[in-house]
Ligand binder design. Structure first.
Ligand code: FAQ
Length: 334
């Protein structure tokens, strides 16, 4: 099962190379990269590899945690008991993903307090998509279908990431994301088989989310500052633009079955390329949103900071309890 412990079954607790020079350690690391082997927390790794993993994994964790808000907003207004139970489970799953990912980041010698502080002070990024509002119940279905769908497309290759704890965490996360995507599609299908007003509500939600979802994959490859290095290190396996294209190609047919129109007049099959063409995205909007000026950035961050502050007593009580138990165990042993 999933574990945060640093030892692996069948491997010595201390990896060889403890006394090796930096050059030897670098060549051992390069050899592992060349054979596409996993890097584990006890292995030596270049500082830049460690830093970029901390950056990507912690930003991913922040996205899952902030990502609870847009749908959490609808839990008390879900249209039926069944939809409410499903949505509650989904939002809790996202919280769980954030916790696995913080734990994976902690294996890289960073403290969770520092990571959380970076989010709360606006120094760390989280996914652009969670800065858009959820105005109607159809938005909840569209998040499941498109946002979770894009997340799966991006995260399946991360199950093969070179860093073991991140790759293993992604396997379980992807399984759960699949349920999320299906529940969203199912909710939308129910609405599309409903009244004219419901169908219009779904179409209006798709119109608002389509382009921001395509931007989730990150800037075009030419503007992606991290990709060349992270792909060389086997962290990212497929580029931003290639993942975006795979997502567009997969989604067009799903939209047709659902009966919605994707809001892009430039979307058309290109037989020569064997892919759908789509219109250029508004990258100015993307940079504005990730730099803090999207429709909901301030609200999302303020809600998160308040939740953290409101939960201080729980953390303090848990620590006091742990200390009391440790004192009791010590007293018994004495
Ligand atoms: N939003 O050089 P690149 C989910 C930043 S989880 C904000 O291409 P990279 C589940 C990027 O950090 C969604 N910032 O970057 C769910 C970099 O800035 P930095 C999150 C973005 O890392 C569903 C700069 O732009 N998923 O949805 C974005 O190679 C429903 C230059 O970009 C992950 O985090 C963006 N969209 O590629 C939860 C997956 N795109 O850090 C609740 C793991 C780029 O140098 C409800 N992460 N930036 O200051 C990744 O795969 C990658 O980090 C990318 C970005 C693809 C997101």
């Amino acid at each position: 099962m999933y574990t945060q412990s640093l030892d692996l079954p069948g491997q010595p607790a201390e990896r060889p190379l403890a006394d090796a020079s930096v050059a030897d350690r670098q060549s051992a690391f390069d050899a592992r990269m060349a054979e596409d082997a996993k890097i584990e927390p006890m292995d030596w790794m270049p500082d830049a590899y460690r830093k970029t993993l901390v950056r990507q994994i912690s930003q991913h964790a922040h996205s899952e945690i902030i990502g609870m808000q847009p749908e959490g907003n609808w839990i008390s207004r879900a249209p039926s008991l069944k939809r409410k139970a499903i949505l509650l489970a989904k939002v809790q799953d996202e919280g769980g993903h954030g916790l696995y990912l913080y734990s994976a980041a902690e294996t890289l010698d960073v403290s969770r307090d520092d990571l959380v502080d970076a989010l709360h002070t606006g120094r760390a990024k989280y996914s652009s998509i969670f800065n858009y509002p959820t105005l109607t119940w159809a938005d909840v279905g569209v998040i499941g279908w498109l946002v979770d769908g894009a997340a799966i497309m991006n995260q399946i290759p991360l199950c093969r990431c070179s860093y073991g704890p991140y790759a293993r965490a992604m396997i379980r996360i992807c399984k759960e994301e699949s349920f999320h995507q299906r529940q969203g599609y199912d909710a939308l299908l129910a609405m599309m088989r409903g009244t004219e007003a419901q169908r219009a509500m779904v179409q209006e939600a798709v119109d608002r989310w389509w382009f921001p979802v395509l931007m989730m994959f990150g800037p075009p490859d030419a503007a992606s500052t991290n990709s060349t290095q992270t792909m060389a290190w086997g962290i990212k396996r497929i580029s931003n633009d290639d993942l975006r294209q795979k997502f567009v190609d997969a989604t067009v047919e799903q939209a047709r079955i659902l009966g919605v129109t994707l809001p892009d007049p430039g979307l058309q099959w290109n037989a020569e390329r064997g892919h759908y063409d789509y219109s250029p995205l508004d990258w100015e909007e993307f940079w504005r949103v990730i730099n803090g000026d999207g429709p909901c950035n301030r609200e999302r961050l303020a809600t998160r900071v308040k939740a953290h502050e409101d939960g201080a007593w729980v953390r303090e009580a848990a620590l006091a309890h742990a200390e009391k138990r440790a004192r009791r165990t010590q007293a018994k042993a004495a």
